[in-house]
Design a protein around this ligand. Structure first.
Ligand code: ZN
Length: 470
């Protein structure tokens, strides 16, 4: 695998082993620090090493001698963005795509532990140009895991505890619970995670509903799992349908559709409100990953296959995605598409209602998981989806900066533009508070103190495209 930094002409081999040694001054920039404070024009931001060393009125800030000075008049500086749900399987294309899109931190929700640990260390040392990684290592799953390559399988509650202990020893940042755990295994994992001091997050195993997971202390629930079912007036019927396992794959598919219909038809905003109250009380975060959730409902639309950003995706993945799409179109009745589109609309409503009721929400894309989600680029679409679901542009920005840092317990280091924080910045051509789509107008990125102008970002994207083409 080729090393990304070697291919970026502006990042020399000497720099690739260490943080930028020359200080950087970004002058006359409008700072949006995402604390909720108004945009501050006429600021200077000074970066030394991988830290912000000064932020303030351009007239009062004095950069150290020999600093690289960038006149940023007319530009807007925001903190580096965090995608809070990704699956990184390779770095040669994914890291350039993330960095070029200003995504300078990610929470990885399942992958190869050794690889992830290596990348996490290489990013910190400056050896690899990429986002900060917060990692769970593998999915902790039960028998017959859906993603055997990325999962560690639990066979009984004691085995669940042992896996938590060994993951703790291996240096993971959190435990990632998945679908096929039994509820006994889940609660053993919950208990052991608490004992060893690791947060746990992820999916909902069979028989563990969103309210149960919230009460158990699960820090985040992905994909709004459980919300549609538990807020349905048909919840008792849904519970009953889950009593016996389906006998065949065909029965499983038919049952999934019956369940979805019960969920969609029974949606009750009052019941949803009760869930919201519980999540607020327990501090349970939701990661709707709307860009990923809308893939299936609109998979039969031509737009998916005509997306020009697919040029960044490796040929093997592209082929698999198209085959999966063809299979799903062939296998599923018209009702499937109608129901999934209705469910997606209700999930937008759920996101809106949760946000209104004070539930903490993070932005994640699930890039590297479902087909047709494009790393980096799609985090900006997630922000736009959150604004469509009632967030102000500031709140959407906070979900990928300050709120993400708070969720991770790293707000002392990340998530805003202030003295002493990590020098991870995105410079925009237009004000994202006026229109959230302006986060896509990226003029430059500062990643751990390294200044990458538009030409350097384009070089990263060109490299990703070339790598995807063979
Ligand atoms: Zn995922």
């Amino acid at each position: 695998m080729l090393c990304v930094v070697c291919l970026v002409p502006l990042v020399s081999a000497a720099q690739s082993k260490q943080f930028a040694s020359k200080p950087l001054e970004i002058t006359d920039v409008t700072v949006i620090d995402t604390t909720g404070a108004p945009a501050k024009p006429g600021q200077s931001v000074v970066v030394e090493g991988n830290r912000i060393s000064q932020v303030g009125d351009a007239k009062k800030v004095h950069a150290p001698k020999g600093a690289q000075v960038v006149n940023a008049r007319g530009l807007y500086a925001i903190p580096g963005l965090w995608d809070m749900h990704v699956h990184i399987g390779e770095t040669d294309r994914t890291f350039p795509m993330l960095v070029a899109n200003g995504v300078l931190g990610v929470r990885n929700m399942g992958g190869h532990l050794d690889e992830l640990k290596r990348w996490r260390a290489q990013v910190v040392s400056g050896e690899l140009l990429g986002p900060h990684l917060v990692i769970s290592g593998p999915l902790v799953d039960g028998l017959n895991p859906a993603h055997p390559d990325h999962a560690v399988v639990v066979h009984d509650p004691a085995g669940g505890r042992a896996i938590v202990d060994s993951l703790k020893q291996s240096g993971v940042d959190f435990i990632n619970v998945f679908d096929n755990l039994t509820s006994e295994e889940y609660y053993a994992i919950v208990d052991e995670s608490r004992k060893v001091g690791l947060p746990f997050a992820g999916h909902l195993p069979q028989g563990v509903w969103a309210s149960d997971a919230s009460t158990a202390g699960q820090l985040s629930i992905e994909h709004l799992f459980g919300s549609l079912a538990e807020s349905s007036k048909n919840f008792d019927q849904i519970l009953h349908l889950n009593d016996s396992p389906p006998a065949s794959p065909a029965e499983k598919a038919a049952r999934a559709l019956t369940l979805l219909k019960l969920e969609v038809d029974g949606f009750d905003p009052e019941r949803l409100k009760n869930l919201a109250v519980l999540f607020v009380k327990n501090g349970t975060w939701q990661v709707p990953a709307l860009v990923a959730r809308r893939i299936v409902p609109f998979l039969n639309d031509e737009a998916a296959v005509n997306d020009p950003r697919l040029a960044y995706i490796g040929q093997k993945d592209r082929k698999e995605w198209n085959e999966l799409r063809d299979r799903m179109i062939k296998d599923n009745p018209p009702e499937f598409w109608t129901l999934h589109r209705a469910a997606y609309q209700e999930e937008l409503t759920i996101t809106r209602d949760y946000h209104r009721d004070g539930v903490s929400i993070l932005a994640g894309t699930d890039a590297g998981g479902p087909p047709f989600v494009i790393p980096g680029f799609d985090l900006h679409n997630e922000l736009a989806a959150l604004v469509d679901a009632g967030f102000t542009p500031m709140e959407a920005l906070q979900s990928v900066t300050l709120d993400a840092a708070r969720f991770l317990g790293r707000a002392d280091n990340f998530g805003t533009v202030a003295n002493g924080k990590a020098a991870d910045l995105v410079l925009l051509d237009a004000n994202p508070l006026d229109d959230i789509h302006n986060t896509q107008k990226i003029r430059a990125v500062v990643v751990q103190g390294r200044y990458l102008d538009r030409a350097a970002l384009d070089a990263l994207l060109t490299h990703a495209k070339e790598s995807a083409s063979h």
